[in-house]
Design a protein around this ligand. Structure first.
Ligand code: 2AM
Length: 487
């Protein structure tokens, strides 16, 4: 039975994230009412892990709402999409003015834009919050990126900041702060996930270079990643990668990583980031290549067929092994800088388009702990944005400019070697191409504009005078003398 009006927050959806988040909230001393569409799930939870005096199981949404203190806070941890709209529709008449509906799922930012407007129009407040950290993060302290109705922030802040991961020298800076209006929180979470795609793809490419190019065993790979995790690459993803290389299959005794089919899955947040980048004309090439790399991996059967037809080099780098390992580390670091630079550039472009005022220092700090991309390196990013809140591109922050300058010889060597020995490294390559493209005052787009004007009269601008111009290329072209050099 519900306890009328005594719970601090309600939570709907007891799948992995919801269940662990509920336990986290309860562990911080808050009382929580929980509801799951399938009642047996609620009952199993309140009889099992959730069997605690401050966890109240509810069998209906009306029951859940009645269990809450005003202003009521109801957090949905359900499948993103229509389920969220259905729940909002059911909850709205049960709630009162000033109550807060929270969506903690991976929701498309534009859905949160619309829902914030709709829920506010009904006199309620709405929050769309990113929650990152997987199962363990949800239980012990996730990174949280809330956005929506600004008036909701003071109401949810104590609980959110209590359950979030903590960082800083004293371990008291919560990885959760207000991001901005409407879908801003979900947008930041989407970019977090896109950066995660880039990080993971870069790590996989480094692995392949070391395994196929330098012949490292899993034990050697574990040792290399362990060492990398002590330097500038220190991060959760490097740490779990190290661990993965040590795990053996209890059934066969073989290394687990070698038994896993090389066919990647995806849930879509990387694709969203890439699609929205394309819509805005922003070059977020790392996430896009990472999404494509997953798509290409999924073509396993086609790749198996092609592998006996298409020819290439033998993938082995005959150079100095120890030196190559160091070069791959530097290439990974430099590519990672380019990747994060792209993520923050996309955030700035979205902020401009949506009229949000994003605090990039605060965003870097929210990602500093709790989430999948948590890394030492985010501290440097936070510092860069603290020093220059309007930094145009992270690569221009002195710390990162110097890091890129230091790493670039190795970076170029690794990309060139990969091309020479035939190892696919799309993320390393696009990162370097982005760096080289971004640092050049001149690019060959002058020729591109000429081509567009030639075939489609699309016009062009000139370097020597202002205005828009068109040339009658057919009239002005000249016959070209053959070079005579028949190759
Ligand atoms: P279920 O256990 O009843 O399936 C992840 O799918 C979570 O979202 C689960 O807790 C699931 O509840 C819940 N969920 C999915 N669709 C839902 C809906 N339309 N209404 C309420 N909860 C939903």
């Amino acid at each position: 039975m519900s306890q009328q009006g005594s719970c601090d927050i309600g939570l709907i959806g007891l799948a992995v994230m919801g269940e662990n988040l509920a336990l986290n909230i309860a562990s911080r001393g808050y009382s929580i009412a929980v509801f799951n569409r399938t009642t047996s799930v609620t009952d199993a939870f309140t009889a099992g892990r959730g069997r605690q005096p401050n966890v109240v199981g509810c069998h209906s949404l009306a029951d859940l709402v009645a269990s809450l203190k005003a202003p009521r806070k109801v957090m949905m941890m359900v499948k993103a999409g229509p389920a969220v709209d259905e729940l909002i529709k059911t909850l709205t008449p049960l709630l009162s003015k000033g109550d807060v509906i929270i969506d903690g799922g991976n929701t498309l930012p534009s859905d949160t834009d619309r829902r914030t407007r709709e829920v506010e129009a009904a006199g309620l407040l709405y929050v769309g919050t990113g929650v990152s950290g997987g199962e363990e993060g949800a239980l012990k302290g996730p990174s949280m990126m809330p956005g929506g109705s600004a008036a909701a922030w003071p109401l949810v802040k104590p609980i959110f900041q209590a359950i979030a991961a903590k960082v800083g020298p004293k371990g008291d800076i919560p990885c959760c702060d207000w991001v901005g209006p409407r879908g801003a929180g979900n947008y930041v979470k989407m970019v977090h996930n896109g950066i995660e795609y880039g990080d993971m793809q870069l790590i996989c490419e480094a692995y392949w270079l070391l395994k196929q190019g330098a012949g490292l065993s899993n034990d050697e790979l574990a040792a290399v990643f362990d060492e990398w995790n002590r330097g500038e690459l220190d991060s959760y993803l490097i740490e779990i990668t190290r661990d993965i290389f040590t795990v053996r299959d209890p059934e066969t005794g073989g290394f687990m990583v070698d038994l896993i089919l090389d066919k990647a899955g995806a849930k879509g947040t990387g694709k969203w980031m890439s699609q929205l980048a394309l819509d805005m004309g922003v070059p977020s090439t790392l996430v896009t290549e990472a999404v494509y790399a997953r798509c290409l991996s999924a073509l396993k059967d086609a790749r198996v067929r092609a592998s006996s037809v298409l020819k290439g080099p033998d993938m082995f780098n005959r150079g100095d092994k120890a030196a190559f390992i160091g070069q791959v580390r530097q290439a990974l670091y430099a590519s990672k800088i380019a990747s994060y630079a792209q993520g923050f550039v996309q955030l700035a472009a979205a902020a401009k388009e949506q009229d949000w005022k994003l605090d990039y220092h605060s965003i870097a700090m929210m990602w500093r702990g709790g989430c999948i991309i948590r890394a030492q390196f985010l501290e440097r990013i936070a510092e860069a944005y603290k020093a220059h809140p309007d930094l145009e591109n992270l690569m221009l922050a002195p710390y990162f400019t110097a890091a890129l300058a230091d790493a670039q010889t190795a970076w170029r060597h690794v990309v060139a070697t990969a091309a020479t020995i035939g190892i696919p490294v799309p993320a390393f390559m696009t990162a370097l191409a982005y760096y080289d493209g971004y640092r050049h005052a001149n690019l060959p787009a002058n020729l591109l504009q000429a081509q567009r004007d030639y075939f489609g009269a699309h016009t062009y601008e000139r370097t020597d005078k202002p205005g828009t111009f068109h040339t009658e290329w057919l009239d002005l072209r000249k016959p070209v003398a053959s070079s005579g050099g028949k190759a």
